[in-house]
Design a protein around this ligand. Structure first.
Ligand code: NAD
Ligand code: TDX
Length: 333
């Protein structure tokens, strides 16, 4: 298989590239990434000399760039996106551009070169919030943030292509990922690195919002299954089965680092903050998927990874991150 992986310099995409190179040493991978603030080639240092891997810096919204690369491959896996809910509230434009228009540009290229598979990596956030029970793939889409709405728009465009053109696409919708190399704007790496620096941890609202956590390598394994065994036009939910409130999660992090609960600061809530996410993942389980990484053990390993790799996150936090952080949390303390 020859694959164009987009957004491969980000958190999940970089893990997926490493996963594929190990699991399928004969596959050839081109990684197209714009290197936005979230793209980081440090995430891929260990594979950059692999003869089956190549990096191209560029934008999925650039049809010339996309067509040039698409003609060399037969599959696209689209991870490229603007991904942070809080940033989408501050500046939604980039989300609509990349997550919607970028998806269209990629699919047009895949159609033009008769690709055999297109995989769109999406999120549980498109379903909105659920008080009890779990969303199935047939649940209505009720996105509550500009990020979730732009992902939902991308999803609907992908599904429309499968019905209108018989386009060979599959969609996956995953719950909250965690692991090494996650940009420290998301709650786990933000709180771990802040705690390591004895900085206050900004917990939104009452801290009782619930997320279902999945270790990033379980997500990669599920994408592998969807890619090789999924059916055109189908959506597959991918869950971790690890629901925790944010306050529970925060205490697990603090305990692992032996840091005091006094670091927790309650701050003004996120507007439109989804209370709870939960997915039914029976459909991908029927294809053989099982999450294999126990939550508390892999969370501990993840916390230790940030503790043991300060150079990775200090470089980020000493750069443009600071400007974002000051803007994001101003007036909320
Ligand atoms: P990330 O923010 O860490 O990485 C995104 C990558 O996309 C970066 O490398 C960035 O440079 C690149 N990118 C952004 N705009 C681009 C453009 N216009 N052209 C080319 N590259 C561009 O994100 P992530 O957490 O790794 O998420 C990857 C995908 O998985 C996203 O589609 C996201 O919606 C989805 N997802 C994430 C989670 C999660 O918990 N992180 C859960 C479910 C689904
Ligand atoms: O400083 C914070 N304080 C806080 O209490 C941050 C950054 C977050 N939170 C809360 C908000 C959420 O309830 O923690 C929870 C998780 O927040 P994020 O890490 O921002 O993730 P979330 O909003 O749940 O979205 C994530 O999961 C689905 C990813 O960012 C998305 O890319 C993915 O699609």
């Amino acid at each position: 298989m020859r694959l164009l992986i987009t957004g491969g310099a980000g958190f999940i995409g970089s893990h997926f590239i490493r996963y594929l190179l190990q699991a399928y040493p004969k596959y050839r991978i081109v990684n197209l990434d714009k290197l936005t603030y979230a793209g980081n080639l440090d995430n891929l240092r260990d594979v950059e000399e692999n003869p089956h891997y190549r990096f191209a810096q560029g934008d999925i919204c650039d049809p010339v760039m996309v067509n040039t690369l698409a003609q060399e491959v037969d599959v696209i896996v689209n991870f490229a996106a603007e991904t942070h809910v809080d940033r989408s509230i501050l500046e939604p434009g980039g989300f609509i551009r990349t997550d919607v228009h970028g998806t269209y540009i990629l699919m047009e290229a895949a159609r033009r070169f008769n690709h055999r598979r297109y995989l769109q990596i999406s999120t549980d956030e498109v379903y909105g919030s659920i008080q009890t029970g779990a969303f199935t793939e047939d649940s209505p889409l009720q996105p509550n943030s500009p990020y979730a709405a732009s992902k939902a728009a991308g999803d609907l465009l992908v599904l429309s292509y499968t019905r209108t053109y018989g386009f060979p696409a599959i969609l996956t919708r995953c719950s909250n990922n965690f692991g090494p190399n996650q940009y420290p704007e998301k709650i786990i790496p933000l709180f771990v690195t802040h705690a390591l620096e004895d900085q206050p941890l900004p917990l939104y609202g009452d801290g009782r919002n619930v997320r279902d956590w999945i270790y990033v390598l379980d997500h990669c394994a599920a994408i592998d299954i969807a890619l090789h065994h999924g059916k055109t036009g189908e959506v597959y939910n991918i869950g971790g089965g690890n629901e925790r409130t944010n306050i529970e999660l925060t205490h697990l992090i603090l305990n692992e680092l032996d840091k005091p609960a006094s670091l927790i600061r309650s701050v003004t809530d996120r507007p439109g903050h989804d209370r709870r996410y939960a997915l039914s993942d029976q459909k991908i389980r029927a294809l053989g998927y099982r999450p294999r990484h126990p939550f508390e053990e892999t969370l501990r390993e993840t916390v230790r990874w940030y503790r043991d790799n300060p150079a990775w996150w200090q470089k980020i936090k000493s750069g443009t991150f600071r400007h974002y952080y000051d803007q994001q949390y101003a007036g909320r303390w």
